[in-house]
Design a protein around this ligand. Structure first.
Ligand SMILES: Cc1cc2nc3c(=O)[nH]c(=O)nc-3n(C[C@H](O)[C@H](O)[C@H](O)COP(=O)(O)OP(=O)(O)OC[C@H]3O[C@@H](n4cnc5c(N)ncnc54)[C@H](O)[C@@H]3O)c2cc1C
Length: 328
């Protein structure tokens, strides 16, 4: 392993100042992704900044807003009473991810910032534009069964792996970040970047920017939400396709709809196309099917993952049916 300096940050200012001091730096939260990347030689920082002692852990509710510290663990967030009652889509996205052991270590900030599970990215002996710009994409003509069909570019088809991010994108969550210059708030819908010509730049964070918290607007009383994850085995597996949905239905009409997709796209994918079909329309199977068609209309699959177009549609229809109260 590449030698590195370990620094335990004493406060947020110390963390961000260390991160921008001129050497390649990375933050260490739960370490469930970061340590693997370093051991495998995928990313070799000169300085590893341990942020686990910073006062960024805990959940509070302020009016209609849930505030989540970046160091809150996935398991803690899933157990939060207001998440259980008002944000089932968040709770389910967490509890369908990883394993209990991992969720007790892994933090909300680390989950949102985790790197792709693309096997070419994680194997330094193969070509990967995300890890090694300009080297090519091994997945394009290689094994890409798990890869993206939405938001892809000629240089990268890696999916974003976070389930939680899908739920939070659906809910219009806002991420608070800090650097040496101060704090700013970034809507999660604009936080992740599609690969385009620069697959290595996955989000809008500048060098050394630290995620400090996430704000999640609570759904209105009476809204229903849920997260459906389709995968190769029932636990401890990433999504082939997933859907986080929230619906407000009165008198059989969908008044408001949120639809976001995972496992299918290079970023946590909000489908405004599906939402437009659902809004002010009857909450019926026919409308749900039309919404799914709209969501996948821009898909550009490779031969090995063309099955995801149909799988994605069925996942959306089933998620909407479950949340609307119909048959799964
Ligand atoms: C076997 C396995 C199965 C998994 N299955 C799933 C799954 O099904 N669904 C899913 O969503 N996830 C899954 N994961 C991923 C897991 O959820 C992440 O590894 C975890 O959430 C990362 O959190 P962490 O605190 O350990 O982050 P770390 O590993 O410490 O950090 C991850 C990245 O985020 C950066 N970072 C961490 N905190 C901050 C911050 N506050 N500000 C800025 N940058 C930060 C780090 O520098 C690093 O680049 C799985 C992981 C494993 C190992």
């Amino acid at each position: 392993m590449h030698p590195f300096e370990y620094v335990r940050a004493t406060d947020v200012g110390h963390a961000v100042a260390t991160a921008v001091a001129g050497r390649a730096a990375a933050y260490l939260a739960g370490g469930t992704t970061q340590v693997d990347l370093m051991k495998d030689g995928v990313f070799s920082p000169d300085v590893l900044i341990d942020i686990t002692r910073l006062p960024l852990r805990g959940v509070s509710v302020d009016g209609g807003l849930l505030r989540v510290g970046a160091l809150t663990t996935m398991e803690e967030l899933a157990a939060e009473p207001v998440v259980v009652t008002r944000l089932p889509v968040v709770r389910e996205s967490l509890l369908l991810a990883a394993s209990p052991q991992l969720r007790n270590m892994a933090t909300v900030g680390g989950n949102l910032l985790q790197r792709t599970r693309c096997r070419y990215y994680r194997d330094p002996s193969t070509a990967c534009n995300k890890r090694d710009p300009g080297s090519g994409c091994g997945a394009m003509n290689g094994h890409h069964r798990m890869h993206a069909i939405l938001g892809t570019s000629a240089g990268c088809i890696a999916t974003h792996a976070s389930d939680l991010a899908v739920a939070l994108v659906a809910l219009d969550a806002v991420v608070h970040v800090r650097d040496a210059g101060g704090e700013r708030a970034v809507p999660l819908t604009g936080f992740y970047l599609r690969p385009g010509d620069d697959p290595g730049q996955e989000n809008v964070l500048g060098p050394g920017e630290l995620v400090t918290s996430v704000e999640v607007p609570l759904l209105p009383e009476g809204a229903r939400s849920g997260y459906l994850k389709v995968r190769d085995r029932a636990s401890y597996e990433f999504a082939l396709a997933s859907a986080g949905v929230a619906l407000e239905i009165t008198d059989g009409i969908t008044r408001d709809a949120r639809v976001a997709l995972g496992g299918l796209a290079t970023v946590p994918w909000r489908s405004r196309e599906a939402e437009d079909v659902l809004r002010d329309a009857p909450a019926t199977l026919e409308v749900f099917t039309a919404a799914a068609e709209a969501a996948l209309s821009g898909a550009s699959p490779r031969p090995g993952n063309a099955f995801k177009v149909e799988l994605g549609k069925r996942t959306i229809v089933r998620a909407l049916s479950m949340v609307a109260g119909g048959q799964p």
